[in-house]
Design a binder for this molecule. Structure first.
Ligand code: WT7
Length: 692
């Protein structure tokens, strides 16, 4: 059995007070204890009583089964979904060990199904056709809309028919570049219905990044809208797409169809640049198509979507998720981790341009027949009370967001929260980065009125769904800890040599064995998949995160151990920002590190050296930042440019980032040994220039 299982069994003795001690006692208890790891917050009895997993014992029983009999555990769950044809004799097959041959993960192979059918048709057949699938809330107050499951299906079918009509076939890729309109999940589901592979590109990415993604998957069509409002700003998305399509054509991928939704609240069609023959207004054509569309039945292992994410080196990686395992995993993690009940109204603030929006705005909730709130706007517009206004308006019961938003709202004061009732809320969720205990407490005490458990969900684009997260009502929580693994997940902590360490420890977070939602490859680059994730610690999937496990078996994520930084829950590769900076004609060299940032978690700090003879100026600083905005997107713009006459390098020419990190975070007494530097003087120079 797994080491983890032994941990949990041995710790079962400790939190046995769950359900006996109220959370109020626990808060007092928490204050009395010095360290974070002794700070326990117990679920209230009332919550636990109604929870799907009401106790640690129940969790442990289910967890044990999922580890000792994964095939039985997952196939039982999968049987609740619709399969045109059942999977073959093997529920799963895997090789996660590079020493034993190519990495391969398959779940429900041979099973024939369709995720759109399971999310929509299946729920309608079960009598939920009139249930609201999506409540949509626009940027401005008073702009809203909704779709029932039946009307959502009709809209999806019309778009599926259109896509088929323009020649999109099973396996073809479609790029979606849309803001949070209902048309975004509609477009994803329409692709899934006909077996097309969607590649959603977050609408904050630049034309260049969009072009790269269009070229990489040789998109058959692009779906976008003319403009979007974000707070007081209007962003002309279609102009960005136009530039991207010119770029991608230069690389040999010319897209014949650009379906454009007219987002009237942001911009009229008359003001939109138009390319006859290529551009089509969504509203002019899609509603003319039939409202039913046959499903394209696909194999469980057929690809569902591509989603690009940043790595520590090189170009973004196209993470590939397939249909069957992803379907079962997102549905199941959604259900248990949020203690989902059919009466819930669920709101996740993430954008569908990121994995959170794929798994927990679109697929996970809709597969459960849930009612989902989709919000187009900015959470502090028109004022920082907007989220709670939305919670009251739709009677949101489950609210899932990121620590960066919690911290930014926390700074605005409690008054914006307490003026709203929020009494509908019962479960809160957090994702994207570790949530610091003080933000956790504010979220718990102020937003949730000390009543709602917080699911701090650790997972990744690659994992498809939640990996480590507290099941609400089951566990006493520790603010800042993602607690325990989901069913079927065996997290292991390894040392530098890749040896598993047990008990209280810290090291690199890996996962042993596969799970249904795991990504199957990197698009077009299986070798990079193996090298990045499976070679560092043979036998395991390596997450790239550091983690410690305390004496009670709780997991504490400590951040990335590679050159990936996490800004407001968005992953950014330092190498990508560096390569954008050095593309500036006056920049000779760049080194980017992450620094602590009060709201964003991490900020981007860039050291740059300039081409011989070029003076550093405010103008140049701005133009360097603009280059990054144009090449990647505004969210990747450096917070700080630090002009460097030289960078600290070893004699072999390797930049010593360790030193740069210390300089960036002003930990000048912790610079460590600088004697191995080719020129130790650069360090003093850099420190002297810190405030330029
Ligand atoms: C990285 C994955 C998964 C959806 C959002 C980001 C960090 C994510 C947590 C958490 C601590 C977290 C990790 C991870 N991360 N959630 N609850 N606690 N760290 O997806 O862009 O693939 O980023 O985000 O560092 O590796 P992503």
């Amino acid at each position: 059995t797994s080491n983890y299982l032994r941990h949990v069994e041995s710790m079962m003795v400790l939190p046995s007070g769950a359900g006996e001690i109220s959370h109020l006692n626990a808060v007092i208890l928490g204050e009395a204890l010095a360290s974070e790891e002794n700070d326990l917050v117990f679920p209230c009895e009332e919550f636990s009583r109604q929870a799907l997993v009401p106790s640690p014992e129940k969790y442990l029983g289910m967890y044990k089964r999922s580890i000792t009999d994964p095939a039985g555990f997952w196939s039982e769950i999968a049987s609740e979904f619709y399969w045109k044809q059942k999977w073959g004799t093997q529920v799963y097959s895997e090789n996660l060990d590079v020493r034993k041959g190519p990495i391969k993960i398959e779940w429900f192979k041979g099973g024939i199904t369709n995720i759109c059918y399971n999310a929509l048709d299946r729920n309608i057949e079960a009598g939920n056709g009139d249930k609201i699938a999506i409540y949509w809330e626009g940027n401005d107050l008073g702009q809203d809309g909704s779709l029932t499951y039946s009307s959502l299906l009709e809209k999806v079918c019309q778009l599926s028919n259109f896509l088929k009509d323009i020649g999109v076939q099973k396996g073809d890729a479609v790029v979606i570049y849309l803001p949070m309109l209902m048309e975004l999940p509609i477009a994803m589901l329409a692709c899934a219905r006909i077996g097309a592979v969607h590649s959603v590109v977050f609408a904050g990415f630049s034309a260049e990044s969009l072009a790269q993604r269009i070229v990489d998957c040789k998109a058959k069509a692009v779906i976008t809208c003319n403009a979007v409002q974000r707070g007081p700003k209007v962003i002309h998305l279609k102009d960005i797409v136009d530039v991207a399509l010119v770029e991608s054509a230069k690389s040999g991928v010319s897209v014949d169809v650009c379906l454009t939704y007219e987002n009237q609240s942001a911009m009229n069609r008359q003001d939109t640049e138009w390319k006859q023959g290529r551009d089509i207004w969504w509203q002019d054509i899609v509603p003319k198509y039939p409202t039913t569309c046959e499903v394209e039945w696909v194999d469980a292992e057929d690809p569902l979507f591509l989603l690009y994410t940043s790595g520590s080196t090189g170009r973004p990686k196209g993470v590939v998720h397939t249909t069957g395992g992803y379907m079962i995993y997102t549905a199941t993690t959604f259900k248990y981790t949020f203690d989902y009940k059919p009466s819930d109204i669920y709101w996740c603030t993430a954008d569908c341009g990121w994995i959170t929006g794929h798994s927990y705005v679109t697929y996970g909730p809709l597969l459960n027949g849930a009612t989902v709130v989709v919000f187009e706007g900015a959470p502090s517009y028109p004022d920082p009370g907007r989220c709670w206004d939305i919670v009251d308006k739709y009677k949101v019961t489950i609210f899932y967001t990121a620590p960066t938003l919690v911290r930014s709202l926390m700074r605005e004061g409690d008054e914006y929260v307490t003026r709203y009732s929020r009494k509908s809320l019962r479960v809160l969720g957090s994702v994207g980065e570790p949530i610091n205990p003080s933000a956790w407490r504010w979220f718990f005490n102020v937003v949730g009125d000390s009543r709602c458990p917080i699911s701090d969900t650790w997972w990744q684009t690659e994992t498809g769904g939640f990996m480590i997260a507290p099941l609400p009502g089951a566990w006493p929580q520790k603010p800042g800890s993602a607690t325990f693994p989901f069913f079927g997940i065996q997290p292991v902590i390894v040392d530098e040599k890749g040896t598993e360490i047990e008990g209280e420890c810290s090291g690199y977070l890996c996962v042993k064995s596969s799970w249904p939602g795991a990504f199957r490859t990197l698009y077009g680059d299986h070798e990079r998949y193996e090298t990045t994730y499976f070679k560092p610690f043979p036998g395991y999937y390596f997450s790239g995160d550091g983690c410690s496990r305390d004496k009670d078996g709780y997991h504490w994520l400590t951040g990335r151990v590679d050159d990936v930084i996490n800004v407001s829950g968005h992953r950014i590769g330092t190498a990508e920002v560096e390569s954008a900076l050095v593309s500036h004609p006056q920049c000779a060299e760049a080194a980017v590190v992450g620094v602590e940032h009060e709201v964003k978690g991490q900020g981007i700090y860039a050291f740059v050296t300039l081409v011989e003879g070029v003076p550093y100026s405010e103008e140049l600083r701005k133009s360097l930042i603009l280059t990054v905005r144009n090449q990647i997107g505004a969210f990747a713009a450096p917070d700080k440019i630090h002009w460097a006459p030289g960078l600290p390098k070893t004699r072999s020419g390797k930049i010593m980032r360790r030193i740069l990190r210390k300089i960036a975070s002003r930990q000048l007494d912790e610079l460590g040994d600088t004697s191995t530097l080719a020129d130790p003087n650069v360090v003093d120079q850099l420190i002297a220039l810190s405030d330029c």
